[in-house]
Design a protein around this ligand. Structure first.
Ligand code: UD1
Length: 430
């Protein structure tokens, strides 16, 4: 297995291009199942999770071709044409779903268009139990019959789905996406109340509108969808990745650097910018980029609580903890979205951080410096927090289990070394 070697202590300076958002791309790819006409998606990142979704759609019968030839490229991402004209299977098998929970996003589109779908239950996960009950209850409200059998979710709606009012008891990004897609082909009006408002949902809704869906309230927590009998093809450009943006903002701040993030959008990372203001990091925006620069001296410890958008993203929690590990004073970091999302703490502690977890909160007492160590993490964002810690630490850090990073960060070592980081991938012999 590949590893990443980092020799820390160099401030990052330079420019980093931000890729298309993984978490926007995955539901957008699933949306291709809603129509027999081609959906062209531009600015798709080249990541392991995108390949997993392409494999899953491929086994449903979706043909995926590179649509780049002969046309202008949008951003740096790939352009794919997805055509779900001939669907050969409505089953999402265990082997693919266990690799990536977002596979469950095929459920809504397949039931809505074909009246049936079988998806393997996603099962356990490194950051908590993560059930899919909200997805299933919502589909039942739209008239689907849902059963669990032999480890699979089986949903049927032979006469099609019917619009309904769905009140989410808690905010779920995936359930909102699944039901938004399903409701686009349901008969009549669906109202989603307490819907998630993440930018990735807005991106999906805008793509669905381009495909002929009628959706009001985009960007709010109340989405009104008037279903259509069919949707058509469209072309859509994926939004920039706000989690990649926030991660590199943190890397720049942690190393005392000065970095320009080209393609990033400030209004997607406002909660982080507010934390930066208190902590002593300057953020400015130009037409095509965000620039991050640490003010002189050490950072100031700042409390952070994760919340649904527009609050502070849980997918940036591990990274802000690595940043606060060397701040002056204490920071209380509270995780409200996922249980068990502090797996990075023992590894940061091995690098010299002073962190104590009490239930859903971690008390981080800043230390003057971290020291390099061999480390590993069990999920994507935890792994990248160890990369940030390695960039500030004295000496060498080796991050194991790099496949986690490859699920969500495109050309990570290349982007960081272009800004002066001493970082390289150690390829495994196998
Ligand atoms: C998405 C993101 C993930 C991010 C998360 C929260 C993708 C592919 N993944 O995950 O990176 O960390 O949003 O911003 O976009 N829950 C239930 N029942 C359900 C569904 C969710 O109880 O049916 C709970 C979850 O266990 C969790 C919380 O709701 O505690 C939020 O989860 P959700 O917003 O659904 O996350 P995902 O869509 O899985």
């Amino acid at each position: 297995m590949d590893r990443i070697l980092i020799r820390g202590g160099t401030p990052l300076t330079g420019t980093i291009p931000i890729g298309g958002a993984k978490n926007a791309a995955l539901p957008l790819m699933a949306a291709s199942l809603l129509t027999a006409e081609p959906l062209v998606l531009a600015n798709l990142p080249d990541l392991a999770d995108i390949r997993t979704m392409a494999n899953l759609l491929g086994q449903h019968g979706v043909t995926i071709t590179n649509a780049e030839a002969g046309e202008a490229r949008h951003g740096s991402g790939q352009v794919l044409e997805l055509s779900a004209r001939h669907i050969t299977s409505t089953t999402a098998p265990y082997d693919l779903v266990r690799k990536m929970r977002a596979s469950v996003l095929v459920l809504g589109p397949l039931v809505a268009r074909f009246g049936r779908c079988r998806v393997s239950l996603p099962g356990g996960c490194a950051i908590g139990t993560r059930p899919v009950d909200l997805h299933l209850k919502g589909l039942e409200r739209l008239g689907a019959e849902v059963e669990l059998s032999e480890g699979y979710i089986e949903a049927r709606a032979p006469k099609g789905l019917r619009g309904a009012e769905i009140v989410f008891p808690s905010v779920s990004v995936g359930a909102t996406e699944n039901l938004l897609m399903a409701a686009s082909l349901a008969e009549g009006e669906t109202v989603l109340i307490n819907a998630a408002r993440e930018p990735e949902i807005t991106d999906l809704a805008q793509c669905l509108v381009a495909m002929g869906a009628d959706i009001d309230g985009i960007g709010s927590d109340r989405l009104v969808i008037r279903g259509a009998s069919s949707l058509h093809g469209a072309r859509h450009t994926v939004i920039p990745d706000r989690i990649e943006t926030g991660t590199y903002m943190m890397a720049a701040a942690a190393t005392g650097g000065d970095v320009r993030l080209v393609g990033a959008k400030l209004d997607h990372v406002e909660a982080l910018v507010r934390v930066f203001e208190t902590a002593g990091v300057c953020v400015s925006e130009t037409a095509d980029a965000i620039t991050v620069r640490r003010r002189n001296g050490r950072l100031t410890g700042t409390d952070v609580m994760t919340e649904p958008f527009p609050g502070f993203a849980t997918d940036l929690q591990a990274q802000i903890m690595a940043l606060m590990a060397t701040a002056e004073g204490a920071s209380m970091i509270t995780e409200t979205i996922f249980e068990n999302r502090f797996m990075h703490v023992p590894e940061l502690v091995r690098m010299g951080a002073n962190i104590n977890v009490h239930g859903a909160s971690a008390l981080v007492r800043g230390v003057p410096r971290l020291t390099g160590a061999p480390v590993m993490a069990t999920d994507l964002r935890a792994s990248v927090s160890l990369v940030i810690a390695g960039l500030v630490a004295g000496g060498e850090t080796i991050v194991n289990r790099v496949y986690h990073l490859d699920r969500g960060y495109e050309r990570l070592e290349e982007k960081l070394s272009a800004c002066g980081a001493r970082i390289e991938r150690l390829r495994s012999a196998a």
